[in-house]
Design a protein around this ligand. Structure first.
Ligand code: CO8
Length: 261
């Protein structure tokens, strides 16, 4: 793994990339340089054959306290528009391997949006979510009005984004914004996220990535088209060696040996 300035890229186990946001003095505020590092590390992990899943985390105190307000303060409309501000912040949604957010502490504004761009979210009991942009005189700008609304529904979304109030890990769990709240204790959320990532990485990667594509299509396509998309890709999987191996292993009562081919 490469060295980065604003994140730490590591391999807790050979099949999992762990990317830790690392701007502790700014509570991991998401600056352009931080996103450049994160994107580079994500693309590196996506391209690496041994890696089957990716975990993104922050610190115990903050997953990320939002976009870097000090950077945004200097921007005017022309600067934001001409520079297509945040365009490169959604590279993560193009990553083909599953990405899990392991959230402790604050996940506010762009931090909450970053978590929602991941495929799964595990939260520690201390996690605090929110879209407080209204208190800065702006709106969410990283997909929050769309993704949060899809997940929690219109009425909660309206209250949360118009009042800007924070919400707890418990509320997030009740509303289906997080997969689950993990046990208490420092590092627990990362440990459980790495375990989940390792489990997913132990499957055939073509089937994993195809399934991720199908689930994401549910947000883009009408039902009939979505089901058709699923069926086409499902039939496509019948041409893989992993399909042959998976079904043969079942009948031979042994574990499959995936070759990701
Ligand atoms: N940007 C820049 N610096 C920040 C940010 C931020 N978002 N959050 C915290 N910091 C800095 C503080 O300025 C402070 O620095 P310094 O010591 O130099 O003054 C340091 O981090 C520690 O912060 P606090 O002293 O405030 O710590 P507290 O424990 O008292 O409070 C809070 C923690 C409640 C999290 C508080 O820091 C806070 O309210 N932060 C701002 C939260 C916020 O408004 N976030 C939304 C930002 S706007 C946004 O995200 C737009 C999204 C754009 C799209 C993104 C696409 C992915």
């Amino acid at each position: 793994t490469k060295e980065y300035q604003h994140i730490i890229a590591s391999r807790p186990v050979p099949s999992v990339a762990l990317l830790t946001l690392n701007r502790p003095k700014a509570l991991n505020a998401l600056s352009t340089p931080l996103f450049r590092d994160l994107n580079a590390a994500l693309l590196e992990a996506d391209a690496e054959k041994e890696i089957g899943a990716i975990v993104i985390t922050g610190s115990e105190k903050a997953f990320a306290a939002g976009a870097d307000i000090k950077e945004l303060k200097e921007k005017d409309f022309a600067g934001a528009y001409n520079g297509d501000l945040f365009a490169e912040w959604s590279v993560i949604t193009k990553i083909r391997k599953p990405v899990i957010a392991a959230v402790s502490g604050y996940a506010l504004g762009g931090g909450c949006e970053l978590a929602m761009m991941c495929d799964m979210i595990l939260a520690s009991p201390t996690a605090v979510f929110g879209q407080p942009e209204i208190n800065l005189g702006v709106s969410p700008g990283g997909g929050g009005t769309q993704r949060l609304t899809h997940i929690v529904g219109k009425y909660r979304a309206m209250e949360l984004m118009l009042s800007g109030r924070n919400f707890s890990a418990k509320e997030a769990e009740q509303w289906g914004l997080v997969n689950r709240i993990v046990g208490e204790g420092e590092g627990q959320v990362v440990k459980e996220a790495v375990d989940l990532a390792q489990n997913i990485a132990s499957k055939g990667q073509i089937a994993v990535q195809a399934t991720k594509e199908m689930i994401n299509a549910a947000y883009e396509l009408p039902l009939t088209e979505g089901v058709r998309f699923e069926r086409r890709l499902f039939f496509g999987l019948f041409s893989t060696k992993d399909k042959q191996e998976g079904m043969t292993a079942f009948t031979e009562k042994r574990k499959p040996n995936w070759t990701h081919s």
